[in-house]
Design a binder for this molecule. Structure first.
Ligand SMILES: Nc1ncnc2c1ncn2[C@@H]1O[C@H](COP(=O)(O)OP(=O)(O)OP(=O)(O)O)[C@@H](O)[C@H]1O
Length: 268
């Protein structure tokens, strides 16, 4: 595992202003011998601060692996991951836990709310674990953004799937993390609830400068993003800016029939 920094002196300072998270030539190899799978093959990507980036690609292309590596949930085999100005690669467990707690927010397909806590308690839980006091004005604003004002005392079982995901969005937003990673956030929602959640995410980026990275299979969901990065066979093969759902669909179609950009790297 390499822990060297890349680029000339001063490059870190320049990248900090515009880059919330970065992968540099990241390889992730699972298993060994004949069972070896290279899930990521030299992925380099900068995730812009205050931007909404979607990661797409066919099943098995490495989307979840990339997100887990970027979020410090998994280690890389080779290469580097940075979150803000922190080199994540090589950090020990305690520092990684603190980094995730202080700098990263998560939104999962399955909501991952604690059933015994109310919506408000779920939303405030990460802050209370971190020993941080919520900013009252920001909390009120987040509740307004996600439209949960009359549901704060409800438990998850008393909320619809869409409402539960709004609680999860509020939980991620309220800590103002450096970056929010959303893994198929609309995968369990009907199209209307999904559109609402995507609307909140987009608004939090546009109006409040939040950085969001979202893995999705859905071209319509990806069209809410500022940028879409396409993976195939563990490599970045294409990207779109200001994407439409049709353009995303078209690019996905071309990925399925072969490389859209750089060729496949052989060997791990
Ligand atoms: N823990 C693991 N052990 C071995 N192989 C793994 C492991 N996790 C993922 N892989 C393999 O790595 C490759 C990429 O998997 P990954 O889950 O990142 O893809 P994905 O694009 O997120 O797929 P999907 O869209 O189906 O969720 C796949 O070939 C997968 O089988």
């Amino acid at each position: 595992m390499q822990t060297t920094t890349t680029g000339p002196p001063g490059a870190e300072a320049r990248q900090d202003a515009t880059v919330a998270a970065r992968a540099v030539d990241v390889w992730k190899v699972y298993g060994s011998g004949e069972a070896q799978v290279a899930a990521l093959r030299g992925v380099s990507v900068d995730l812009g601060r205050g931007r909404f980036t979607a990661i797409m690609g066919p099943s098995g292309s490495g989307k979840s692996t990339l997100m887990h590596c970027l979020a410090g949930l998994d280690t890389v085999t080779r290469g580097e991951v940075h979150i803000g100005d922190v080199l994540v690669t090589g950090l020990g467990d305690a520092k990684l836990t603190r980094l995730r707690r202080d700098q990263v927010g998560f939104i999962f397909q399955q909501f991952n709310l604690l059933p015994s806590l109310t919506a408000q308690e779920n939303i405030l839980l990460p802050l209370s674990i971190a020993g941080r006091k919520p900013d009252r004005d920001w909390f009120a604003q987040v509740i307004e953004i996600v439209g949960l004002g009359d549901r704060l005392s409800h438990r998850p079982s008393q909320l619809s799937g869409g409402q539960q995901q709004r609680v999860a969005c509020a939980r991620a937003l309220v800590a103002r993390p450096n970056v929010i990673f959303a893994d198929e956030p609309t995968g369990n929602l009907d199209s209307r609830s999904g559109a609402e959640v995507l609307g909140f995410l987009r608004r939090s980026v546009r109006d409040y400068g939040q950085t969001i990275v979202m893995v999705t299979h859905d071209p319509n969901a990806a069209s809410y993003a500022d940028r879409v990065v396409f993976l195939a066979d563990g490599e970045v093969r294409a990207e779109l800016h200001a994407p439409t759902a049709d353009a995303v669909l078209d690019t996905m179609g071309r990925l399925d029939t072969g490389p859209v950009g750089a060729g496949r790297t052989v060997g791990a």
